[in-house]
Write a protein that binds this ligand. Sequence first.
Ligand SMILES: Cc1ncc(COP(=O)(O)O)c(C=O)c1O
Length: 381
Amino acid sequence: MAGSLAVNAQVETVIDLEAIAHNVRILRAHAGDAAVMVVLKADGYNHGAVEVARTALAAGAAELGVTTVAEAVRLRAAGITAPILCWLNNSDADYAAAVAADIEIGVPSEDHLRAVAAAARGIRRTAIVTLKVDTGLNRNGIAPDEYPRVLATLRSLVDEGVVRLRAIFSHLAHADEPEHPFLDVQRDRFIEAIAAAKEYGLEPELTHLANSAATLTRPDLAFDMVRPGIAVYGLSPVPGLPDFGLRPAMTFQARVALVKRVAAGEGVSYGHQWLAPRDTTVALIPAGYADGVFRTMSGRFEVWLGGARRPNIGRVCMDQFVVDLGDNAAGVVEGDTAVLFGGGAGEPGAQDWADLLDTIHYEVVCAPKGRVVRRYVGEPA
Ligand SMILES: Cc1ncc(COP(=O)(O)O)c(C=O)c1O
């Protein structure tokens, strides 16, 4: 469980960097000879991209992956010198900034490739390019009918010295179902895409396909590098399987703002959705939907407080919700810490929220926002 709250932080996420380092070591062990690229998009899945990057690199990650140029530039500005790939940008993104900062650019079309080349020419630098090929996810990536054109264009840009081909990569559609036959289809299409590039004399330094789930369950898909995200943050990517020894890095918690008695028959919170069946004691938690506590969870979730699970009663509001302490035998007082989700014994986990919300834990860890203060513990010496 996380330590005590920083002065004045009513609601915070506590990020355990030792857990991040531990998870990276587990992923490295599964990756075998393949290098590990840690995925840091969306501010490190809302854990803080810079701090996670530093910790992951110290724990043996080789490269970093993000979506946008802006995310990548922010890592460079923080002094991170490791290879960084960004893979989801409009073609009018600030590619010049990426090229100037030696950031690898994933290109999903000929238009994007030409835009990268124009930026490189503009600042007289060679762009580092990675081809993002679509092998069946049909989301981001070069469509099969466009691929030969992209390869021909790339060939001439490489000859001109305007771009350097660093890698070819793709993304899986069914990685969280390790037995799904489409994984093999995508592997085969990926191998064909690499072979097609070689026919144009284009030799990638690296090829990569596997996200967290594939890294942990499909070593045959590791290629030269794996690209885990969610497992770095300690959440199991394959529901229903053991947790692979991963440790959740994020604890979402808040300090009790008020403890008081409520008489039998009284209603609690807007609309009085909950009526006290007996005299009871309640605790007010200063976190609401503006902080990432979903209103649809009203009356359906628990927090860890005073050594036990305490049920939410009444509606979750913008800034607060209430939990029932019964006779408050545990002696909960104002200022005590309530864990909304975390990884400690007894605490609700991000997966519990995901189950309640009919979503995935990825979305849950991205939820804390607004007033939530982020604090780090377990920093490597
Ligand atoms: C291209 C790409 N690679 C790797 C990842 C990491 O995936 P995961 O968090 O499932 O490991 C993502 C995330 O969705 C991604 O978009």
